[in-house]
Design a protein around this ligand. Sequence first.
Ligand code: NOJ
Length: 729
Amino acid sequence: MARFPLRRAPRRAGPSIDDRVRDLLSRMTLEEKVGQLVQYSSREDMTGPASGSSITPQLEKGEVGSMLNVVGAAETRRWQQIAVEHSRLHIPLLFGLDVIHGYRTLFPIPLASAASWDMARIEQAEHIAATEAAAAGIHWTFAPMVDIARDPRWGRIAESAGEDPFLGAAVARARVRGFQGDGSFAGTDRVLACAKHFAAYGAAQAGRDYFTTDVTERVLRDVYFPPFQAAKAEGVATFMAAFNDIDGTPCSANPFLLDQVLRREWGFKGFVVSDWGSIEELRAHGNVADIREAALKAFNAGLDMDMENGAFGPHVAEFVRTGKVSLARLDQAVGAILAAKFRLGLFEDPYRFSDEQRQAALLLAPAHLEAARDLARRSCVLLKNKDAVLPLKTSGLKVALVGPLADAPLDQVGTWHAKADKNDTVTVRAALEKVYGAGLRYARGCETQGDDRSGFAAARAAAAASDVVVLALGEDVFQSGESTSRASLDFSGPQIALLEELHRAGKPIVLLLMAGRPLLLEKIEPMVDAILVPWHPGTMGGPAVADVLTGAYNPSGKLPISWPRSVGQIPLFYAHKNSGRPEPLRPKDPYFSRYIDLPNSPQFPFGFGLSYTSFVYDQLRVSAPVLTESGALTVTVRVRNIGRRAGEEVVQLYVRDRVGSVTRPVRELKGFQKIELAAGEARDVAFSLTPADLAFWRADMTFGAEPGDFDVFVGPDATASLTASFKLD
Ligand code: NOJ
């Protein structure tokens, strides 16, 4: 972390935040209270449709509580001044922004950092993101996105931690800790976090963004809720309601989600913001006739803040006057928003976060860039390495670097780039030029779109003059993220034609897959010698990729998703049910759950990733044959590095509950540890299991484990074959 004197919060002696909130509420008019529920975007930097009219008069009347997309110390100060100096009660604004994988120093996209399985470094990255954003006046990030994503057609899989609730929950905790620290906001290096999008936004039918979802309550609770619960347990300050409807009720007006589960069951005390326009969209959902009704439904369901809907501002005061909304409900929503402002110390110093000097000192600080490089290389997943073509020698080797992603400063950063400047990005080309100098021949070859093949000849010539081809293909920045669902997961444009052209040149090919989602590899895999997936690796992606290609860093990333062979297999995830016909009942019996034209299995399983060294697993043992209700078991495995260099391995523990009152997944991740082993070193890795780890939503919709037989599997990915069993008594 870059060092810079943090601005400490003025000492807050005296009344508690609750008392101060109560006191302030008692002095506010109805209109001022409703104003706190209203959030507008800066008119310069929109992330959705909006009216575009000036909001200054409302700010001066104290009728805006928060703004988004206002960035920079000077800009936030300017808007804050209007609110604080002109309004009657001088209530400061809360500034929110999508700081999704960094502010100015961009880290790898969230799907990539999840592939590092390195919770400490993920936390550190979010701390750095918070430090930079806070210096630029931001109080609140709309992150982490903790939606489980099992459909790579959905562009927002790039923002997720992938398919698994257990990994997703661990990543959610790390991100919230990174953004909020201990939650005291004593320094100016932390921001409020927001767990989004509540809930099951990632379950959009057919992978189409904003589309409807149809998820049972059991699947919600077993699969989609755990990362949200983890964020809540970590003290996340806010939640964002999702765009989608579930079982006919849009999430932004869903009392089951916002009131019953979030507030009553989980005891959440913060506030819930709508997504951009998601209250207004209740009309299009066909759930209300007009915006007034939408406002009433959403507010009474438990939604507290209106992001660019124009719904709460004009209507909530009237609802209170006519008794359609209780004053207690209004005070609860306003109180939670005011409490967040008190927590941040904004009433003592509304400009506490907007500090031009700190901003200048901290943005892109060398320590931040170093951390971004480190996380980016830890996020790279090596999927294939035939005949150890990688790592590449660093001397005496001629390298052809080809492809539309090889020198693409904006595409490399990926979706949601906050304040990233493409001039900050160090591309793969820049980094490899540093390593190979005149030994590197670069040719772009083609674009990700269109069908222009005029660059193929130069690419062929570069390959012909080199010993190895590094081919950087994938997705550009506009192909990944919000509203970028894809019906095809093939490489777009003439990228495959370029690969075929280079394949004919006969040189070894190292494919760099730089994208926000898995792209189909089945047909092209035989044409390449190595496949390395750096995803969209961020500002320092170039040096990170160079570190991995040259072996300065031994890859350790593991897939946070199952990699499909075909779009037809989607949704594809390892924790599926067994079905009544999992395998042929008799040899050659065709009547089982399968495709006639493709295996069921993914091309690469969840948890998979190679290293330049090799690990073997043996001596799996369970400390006792029986686990009792109040007891614990230890599952231990010996992991040995049998290669010639040090490396890191993510040791994974899966459990299968053989018989349940409802059908159970064929296996579920219940533990992982990332360990480093020197060449030849062996280590025992131990996991503890208690009945709580085996709990699920049973047939009667109670949560708990059921006695019976369990299998454990330990290994390097979701297909781990080393197995043992125990009984839960
Ligand atoms: C819409 C997105 O769904 C949400 O994630 C984001 O925070 C808001 N826009 C604000 O930009």
